[in-house]
Design a protein around this ligand. Structure first.
Ligand SMILES: [Zn+2]
Length: 243
């Protein structure tokens, strides 16, 4: 078995029209799994020195292809991926990923951490997901460059023993928003307030060339010691009334 499901998401955690799937790699690949991957993905798989990390990488990409193949009604191996130009600097290579073939208006987002993977897809709806492992926090990451004033106040209000976890949860929400907007690591993270005190919040984040500037970000339940979040344009959500 390539992968096992690690969580069933509560339906009310998933935005309207969005499909979400997640799992945990067993560290082993099934026969034929590598045939599903592109030559480029197989090249990246072969470049890993650690066979367990290689298998996790391949398993996650196989599962992403199965997930999107099912959503789009095509063979997983037939999918071709590309990236939009970066919304920050305009260069190719690190913008928002998209499905180039088959031609489709489905959007997707994908995240991986250790053995865990998470993907989301929606027809004509921007989506961003992030998955992060809980870990010790470098105090410099609590700087104004990364956290808004309100977020720092929120972290200060949390008992010290939970502060690192709360920071990672906040970071995960930011990553989901910037992945949906397409700017990635060039985003001015300190200016994005993801309101981590609320499970679900409306977030203002404006990126040049992006038609959306209001996002709904929601925590998704992840296994113990992991955090995950999903962001979609606020306009796409009729289901939630987010103040
Ligand atoms: Zn860029």
């Amino acid at each position: 078995m390539t992968s096992e499901a690690f969580d069933a998401f509560a339906p009310n955690a998933i935005p309207d029209g969005v499909l979400v799937r997640s799992g945990r790699s067993t560290g082993r690949l099934a026969p034929g799994d590598l045939d599903i991957l592109s030559a480029e993905e197989r090249g990246r798989f072969a470049a890993f020195r650690d066979p367990v990390r290689a298998a996790r990488f391949a398993a996650a990409h196989v599962e992403l292809r199965r997930f999107l193949g099912q959503a789009l009604g095509c063979a997983p191996a037939a999918l071709r991926f590309d990236r939009h130009p970066c919304a920050g600097c305009g260069r190719a290579g690190h913008g928002r990923p998209y499905v180039r073939a088959p031609r489709t208006d489905w959007e997707f987002s994908f995240s991986r951490s250790g053995p865990y993977w998470l993907c989301a897809a929606a027809e004509a709806v921007r989506v961003g997901v992030d998955l992060e492992r809980e870990r010790a926090v470098d105090p410099s990451s609590l700087s104004p460059a990364i956290l808004s004033a309100d977020e720092r106040r929120h972290l200060d209000s949390v008992p010290p023993e939970f502060r690192a976890a709360e920071f990672i949860r906040c970071w995960t929400r930011k990553e989901a928003v910037v992945k949906a907007s397409g700017i990635g690591i060039e985003a001015a993270l300190g200016e994005i307030d993801v309101r981590p005190g609320q499970l679900r919040a409306k977030v203002l984040h404006t990126v040049p060339g992006c038609e959306f500037d209001n996002w709904v970000v929601t925590d998704l339940p992840a296994g113990t010691d992991h955090f995950s979040a999903i962001a979609v344009p606020a306009l796409a959500q009729r289901k939630y009334h987010v103040p």
